[in-house]
Design a protein around this ligand. Structure first.
Ligand SMILES: Cc1cc2nc3c(=O)[nH]c(=O)nc-3n(C[C@H](O)[C@H](O)[C@H](O)COP(=O)(O)O)c2cc1C
Length: 423
């Protein structure tokens, strides 16, 4: 059992004794309750955007249920009084084998959005991957993070100058890696958002990395289009104009009278992503930076091999939480084949469906070097802002450490495929 000094023991004590000492938890422990309470806190649009996935959401469900095909086979009497959960990735040591996934438009969950997550991740020293679709720009987030770790997730724009500008800014912000997301060159078919006729970006939400960017500001000047035509005034268009004015940098009233917020949305729609991207384009990104580059959205062993051939530093096995291709393989289902193909050449991270410390353990045992936590932290954010995110990180850390120790392992390197049984 983990020792008195262990993180999990301390977390359990904090929880059990906390209420006696007047220190109450802010979020439920189990994922299902976390989800239910967060749902009550959010607007219907926010809940649809965060919880929703593509199509009939079969892939979203199988991301979670496919973990059940694997069972842990704990081994006894291994002296697990001292356990270590830390890992090394690209020359950096991290205290736990998980990072906070890039999640766009976090102001849908909570007004403090990315800033709250940045503070929580810094307090727990767990890397936060800034999203290209963030609600708060990377400079503002970095400014509250001290030396704690952060990465940057990139959507490849139609403008290579903008790609370069994002990469340079990420470098200046102290990001330790670039995550290039490959699976969202177009938005998936997401019935929950479509049923509500709601896409946050059209309200100027989730475009803070763009509106704070000098190259994007220049692009805005050249892509005026119909943004300069006065919009038809309907109740919905007025609400949208107000939201755009609120979300655009500068004063609300001057923004309301200015065309810039609408120009920003229009320019964003034109340039946010490039569906024509191919493997050959990766050399451009490779030439831009010495930071490690990871490809996110890999589901096919052949693509994993191509990533290695193109000098990429790592991959993230992910189906974007089932938000892009409904009916696609679950991430955990395909992980063993990808691990086999990569054969230790580059680190493999995975996400999509991680809902407990036990899921994390299984992913590591199947060969992932680390995992990304996604929806659980956005629900914690919705419920309790920074404090909620800190608690969810602590809970996953504690549960992972306990799963490892109670299964007979003292450190991550010992957690291997033979600790699992396929059902
Ligand atoms: C609301 C929401 C927004 C997301 N935004 C991004 C994003 O901006 N960039 C990105 O690479 N992935 C994004 N993702 C995908 C996550 O990084 C991650 O792959 C996914 O959440 C994993 O699935 P899970 O949360 O169901 O475990 C988003 C996911 C959600 C739920």
């Amino acid at each position: 059992m983990a020792s008195e000094k262990s993180f999990s023991r301390k977390r359990q004590t904090d929880i059990f004794l906390g209420s006696l000492r007047g220190k109450n938890r802010t979020i439920p422990i189990s994922f299902d309750k976390l989800h239910d309470v967060a749902k009550q806190k959010m607007s219907k649009e926010a809940y649809a955007y965060i919880a929703g996935s593509a199509g009939r959401e079969i892939t979203k469900k199988s991301n979670c249920t496919d973990f059940n095909q694997w069972k842990i086979t704990p081994s006894m009497l291994n002296d697990v009084s001292e356990c270590s959960t830390d890992i090394s990735l690209f020359g950096h040591r991290y205290p736990v084998p998980f990072l906070l996934a890039p999640i766009g438009v976090l102001d849908m969950a909570h007004p403090d959005a990315d800033l709250a997550v940045a503070k929580a991740s810094a307090a727990e020293n767990v890397p936060f991957i800034f999203s290209s679709q963030a609600s708060v720009d990377m400079e503002t987030c970095s400014s509250v993070m001290g030396d704690s770790p952060r990465w940057f997730q990139l959507y490849w724009s139609t403008s290579d100058d903008l790609v370069e500008s994002f990469v340079r800014r990420a470098e200046s912000c102290g990001c330790e890696a670039i995550v290039l997301t490959l699976d969202t060159t177009m938005l998936g078919w997401r019935p929950r958002d479509l049923d509500l006729d709601y896409l946050p970006f059209l309200r100027g939400r989730g475009i803070a990395q763009y509106t704070s960017d000098p190259v994007f500001r220049k692009l805005m000047k050249t892509s005026l289009g119909d943004a300069d035509e006065p919009p038809k005034l309907t109740w919905n268009s007025i609400k949208a104009l107000i939201k755009m004015a609120k979300n655009y940098p500068g004063g609300f009233w001057s923004n309301l009278l200015s065309k810039d917020p609408r120009r920003a949305v229009k320019t964003f729609i034109e340039c946010y992503s490039r569906p024509s991207l191919t493997w050959d384009d990766l050399s451009f990104l490779r030439s831009l930076t010495d930071l490690p580059i990871l490809l996110k959205g890999i589901l096919n062993p052949n693509d994993a091999r191509k990533a290695i051939e193109r000098n990429m530093d790592g991959i993230i096995v992910s189906n974007h939480g089932g938000r892009q291709v409904d009916g696609a393989v679950s991430a955990v289902e395909v992980l063993p084949n990808i691990v086999k193909e990569v054969n230790g050449d580059i680190p493999i991270l995975m996400d999509s469906g991680i809902r407990s410390g036990s899921d994390m353990f299984k992913a590591i045992a199947l060969g992932a070097d680390a995992v990304l936590l996604g929806r659980p932290y956005s629900y914690a954010l919705a419920i309790a802002g920074k404090q909620g995110v800190q608690e969810v990180i602590q809970n996953y850390r504690a549960e992972f450490e306990l799963t490892m120790a109670l299964s007979g392992y003292k450190n991550i390197c010992e957690v291997k495929r033979d600790s699992l049984f396929k059902f």
